[in-house]
Ligand binder design. Structure first.
Ligand SMILES: [Zn+2]
Length: 308
């Protein structure tokens, strides 16, 4: 059976990958737990923080990859989600707004150096000035660009696609609770066949009917699955962190207590596969491809097979 591939994993099995003092035995334990959930390859995702703090985290995880084959294999690369996101209320999600700003090639180089060249995916909001030039420059280095936590206009989305953007991060999330019924960024992104939509099939980030509508709206192979999971995935309900944020996981919902936004999911990839197959009425083989080979191909990653 082909391994699943999750391009947005912020933590797992009680381990928060965002912590500056992340310990190798904890990351190893999270990687082993991901395997137990059919997931042998991920893009380890770091969310908005100060550039030097992010560089420190990348360097520390690179050292763990160099020392441990399980970590090296499982962490096939990195997804950098922030700090080049919308700082507007609602669009910023659970990210710290004060650390956001326009994309900078100098900051990108600092982070890519710390990450050993393994940043494979960047989520950004293309309404920041200089975004098109930034996208054009980093896609030349085989970094995939995804649009997310954004309120981009049609013209800004056009420019991002022309510059090389190809994905939408957790479509339908990273937006305020209420939006204009037609004139909103979800519709603007969903309408673009050039962009592959990343969907979270947990029934919470997207109610089942919305998941079905978004899935049907995209051409075949242009809607894929991810968990955007954090430490609460593969772990019991309770209190966890995602970076500086203290969050609570209850009945599959992860939130900063008292706030409406979700702060990542508690979904495991294998449960996401089961949900997608059953809620979308597609075959398990098709659902597995959309949670593995179809998306791994964007990154040139070959997935291993395993015995269930
Ligand atoms: Zn996000």
């Amino acid at each position: 059976m082909t391994s699943l591939f999750d391009l947005q994993v912020n933590g797992f099995a009680g381990v928060d990958f965002q912590q500056r003092n992340l310990a190798a035995p904890d990351l190893r334990r999270a990687c082993a737990a991901l395997r137990a959930h059919q997931t042998h390859r991920i893009l380890l995702t770091l969310i908005t923080d100060e550039i030097e703090a992010l560089a420190g985290k990348f360097a520390a995880i690179e050292a763990m990859r160099a020392a441990d084959p399980l970590i090296a294999e499982t962490v096939a690369g990195y997804h950098l989600e922030g700090p080049w996101l919308s700082a507007e209320p609602g669009f910023c999600g659970a990210h710290p707004r004060e650390k956001m700003g326009a994309p900078s090639l100098a900051d990108y180089r600092r982070l890519q150096d710390a990450a050993g060249g393994n940043i494979r995916l960047i989520t950004l909001a293309p309404e920041w000035p200089g975004s098109a030039e930034f996208i054009a420059a980093v896609t030349l280095e085989n970094v995939v660009i995804s649009l997310g936590h954004t309120d981009a206009s049609d013209a800004q989305i056009d420019a991002a696609i022309a510059a090389g953007a190809t994905l939408c991060t957790h479509l339908g999330n990273g937006v305020p609770q209420t939006l204009h019924r037609h004139d909103n960024v979800i519709q603007r992104l969903l309408a673009r066949d050039e962009l592959t939509a990343c969907l979270i099939p947990d029934g919470i980030h997207l109610p089942r009917a919305v998941l079905r509508n978004f899935f049907r709206a995209k051409p075949p192979g242009r809607a894929i699955f991810t968990t955007d999971c954090m430490a609460a995935a593969g772990a019991p309900d309770g209190r966890y962190t995602i970076g500086h944020a203290e969050v609570e996981s209850r009945d599959g919902v992860v939130r900063v207590p008292g706030q409406p936004n979700f702060a990542g999911s508690a979904l495991t990839p294998d449960q996401g596969l089961d949900n997608a197959a059953s809620w979308l009425g597609i075959s398990r083989a098709d659902a597995r491809a959309l949670f593995s080979t179809t998306i791994a191909r964007h990154f040139g990653i070959t997935l291993p097979s395993f015995e269930p």
